[in-house]
Design a binder for this molecule. Structure first.
Ligand code: APR
Ligand code: PHB
Length: 389
């Protein structure tokens, strides 16, 4: 089997890249380790920067998002009960779209099917070969049979635990990492959202986040110690703690209900450089992880895909390799900016076990500044809606 671009991973990065390339007349094959049902059952964040919104539209898969997604003009923040709002449109003239990553992925699968794209799921033992030559190839097994795919390029879109990043030799790769000393316990409930926009709450007992998927489906989180397990948290205990951390006016009107999903996720900042080695290009979580504060994960995947797509288009349509040659540098510049923003939001809003009274006062002072200063709000808004790409 032969293709132009072999794409490892059928998550949002791999699907968006494939969809855009196919539309430009460039051939792809996607190899996904899991079944499609499994990929579509994963619950992830739900905020799209306007740049990611434009990408989904450009790929031809944006119709349902435009119909069902919820444009948000701002967010709320609360510090120990005091609530304030940052208006993105007023500060920066743009908004974000609340639309679940699972739905984003589902729409891309459908668009790929409609185009007759080749997506091979349940591909086991995927291995990348001869990446530093101009004839790379990929092997895998499916239902006990071995297969080989020859290609021009490999796009490593296989997430944090994939095979692509480890295929870059250790002597070439440099990893940067910070692990945070807490996790997020998240629940999905068939209840109306706590507020009409997302609420990020800081409280002495920890961080909480009120988000949503639709007008009748809420996604709510609280910061918990890494040693906690979901079994330790009944729905009642979750809501009680969630209310304690929210502003009183939100807690008072909150409608609670049974969770339909409950999970704990650790928080990590991670970047691996470079994002290109020979004919391999890393995209999305394969190269970087952000803590979810700021909801940048999927949005960074979208900007990586943008740069790689433009580079591959230049290569195939104009015989110009400058986009591919600059891919790693260009993508990393934006990634480090989003790393900084999600790190700073994480530091600002969480309770750190080792924090002193002084540290806590600094968090509060920064939130007072953010509540009072239009300039500070503009900086926050500019980062939250997403830096341009
Ligand atoms: N072979 C083939 N596929 C693999 C392999 C492998 N060895 N390892 C992982 N995969 C698949 C996973 O099953 C998954 O479907 O690659 C896909 C990677 O998808 P994601 O982890 O969703 O990563 P990405 O597409 O870059 O999307 C980034 O999704 O993970 C969130 O928070 C993240 O929002 C961010 C966005
Ligand atoms: C979510 O809706 O799941 C969500 C929203 C905002 C975040 C993280 C997650 O910062």
């Amino acid at each position: 089997m032969r293709t132009q671009v072999a794409i490892i991973g059928g998550g949002p990065s791999g699907l968006l890249l494939s969809q855009l390339l196919n539309k430009a007349g460039i051939e792809t094959v996607i190899l996904e380790r899991q079944s499609r049902e499994y990929v579509l059952s994963r619950i992830r964040a739900g905020v799209l920067e306007y740049g990611a919104v434009d990408m989904l539209r450009k790929s031809g898969a944006g119709e349902r998002m435009d119909r069902e997604g919820m444009p948000h003009d701002g967010v709320y923040l609360t510090d120990n009960g005091k609530l304030f709002r940052i208006d993105f449109v007023e500060r920066c003239g743009e908004r974000v779209m609340v639309y679940g990553q699972t739905e984003f992925t589902r729409d891309l699968y459908k668009a790929q099917d409609d185009m007759g794209a080749i997506i091979i799921d349940r591909a086991a033992n995927v291995a990348l070969h001869d990446l530093d030559t101009d004839r790379p190839y990929v092997t895998w097994e499916k239902d006990g049979t071995g297969h080989r795919l020859d290609c021009d390029f490999v796009a490593g879109c296989d997430g944090f635990h994939g095979v692509s990043r480890p295929s870059i030799p250790d002597s070439v790769r440099k990893d940067f990492e910070r692990i945070y000393p807490f996790g997020w316990l998240g629940i999905m409930s068939e209840t109306p959202p706590a507020a009409e926009e997302i609420v990020y709450a800081r409280n002495r007992s920890g961080f909480a986040l009120a988000s949503m998927r639709t007008r009748t489906l809420s996604r709510s989180y609280i910061q918990v110690p890494l040693t906690d397990r979901t079994e330790d948290w009944s729905d009642e205990a979750f809501w009680e703690e969630f209310k304690r951390r929210m502003a009183p006016e939100i807690a008072e009107t909150l409608v609670t209900g049974p969770s339909i999903e409950k999970s704990i996720a650790p928080l990590r900042s991670f970047v691996s450089e470079p994002m290109r080695w020979g004919r391999l290009f890393l995209c999305g979580d394969a190269a970087h992880i952000v803590p979810p504060t700021g909801a940048k994960g999927l949005n960074l995947a979208a900007s990586d895909v943008h740069y790689l797509y433009e580079g591959l288009k230049l290569h195939y349509l104009d015989r110009d390799d400058s986009g591919l040659d600059q891919y790693s540098q260009t993508a990393l510049k934006r990634i480090w900016q989003a790393m900084r923003f999600s790190w700073s939001m994480t530091m600002l809003l969480h309770t750190f076990p080792e924090a002193s009274e002084f540290d806590r006062q600094m968090q509060s002072s920064e939130l007072v500044y953010l509540a009072d200063s239009e300039n500070a709000q503009k900086v926050f808004a500019e980062n939250y809606i997403g830096l341009p790409f």
